[in-house]
Design a protein around this ligand. Structure first.
Ligand SMILES: [Zn+2]
Length: 229
């Protein structure tokens, strides 16, 4: 659930998290430099800085969606950060959430600038899909800056302790959505790249919870993915 994700969002926007990121990056730089030399690094750095040059951002159209079946409702821009993915940050992960409330309450929360969290998509129990943040942009949903930057977040309408909330329509619509995301960014359809919020390191969130049927979901994503090649 992202309805209680305020801590993560605050971390993501504060300098503290930036410092942590630099620390982690320094570690990666050390490791990669030892293994592969500095040419790769220089290219990587250029790639990351390039998007900051004015005029290279991808054109955006008001109300455009990344998933054809989605309806667009804009989230408050306090709940996400403008980016130019996958060129500035690669996308290699889908993170599954459960709203712990109704579909409409999740939409309202993500429109609320005080909420400080939101996912890219919400999937309803009736199978409807609403997109609130472009996949280009970084949504605050994982409570971890690195995971936010590399992932697409999908909320599912319901409560973790109510298995009946996870309907056939929801599983199928969400699987089609995830399959499209995996196709778009060449993300492997496996449980290392399609994870629950609970699996983000350091999180205290439990969603999607024990009643989320991962075997069924992955089977549906795999089937939809084969159909989208
Ligand atoms: Zn969550």
């Amino acid at each position: 659930m992202c309805v209680e994700d305020r801590m993560g969002a605050r971390k993501a926007s504060a300098g503290k998290d930036g410092d942590r990121r630099i620390g982690r990056r320094a570690l990666i730089v050390g490791g990669v430099a030892a293994a592969a030399g500095t040419a790769v690094l220089a290219r990587d750095e250029l790639g990351r800085l390039w998007w900051r040059v004015p005029g290279v951002e991808k054109p955006r159209e008001q109300g455009a969606v990344d998933f054809a079946d989605a309806r667009w409702v804009a989230a408050s821009d306090a709940n996400w950060r403008r980016a130019d993915r996958p060129d500035d940050y690669g996308i290699d992960m889908v993170i599954v959430h459960v709203t712990q409330g109704s579909f409409d309450s999740a939409v309202r929360a993500f429109q609320d600038p005080g909420h400080k969290a939101a996912t890219h998509y919400i999937v309803g129990q009736d199978g409807r899909v609403t997109q609130m943040i472009r996949e280009l942009d970084v949504a605050y949903h994982a409570g971890d800056r690195d995971y936010n930057e590399r992932s697409v977040g999908i909320e599912h309408e319901g409560f973790v302790d109510r298995p009946q909330d996870f309907t056939d329509e929801m599983y199928e619509a969400s699987a089609r959505l995830t399959a499209r995301i995996c196709a778009r960014y060449d993300i492997p359809v496996d449980r290392e790249h399609i994870i629950g919020h609970v699996e983000v390191p350091g999180t205290d969130h439990t969603d999607p919870g024990p009643h989320w049927d991962w075997d069924r979901y992955m089977r549906l994503v795999r089937r939809a993915r084969t159909g989208t090649v």
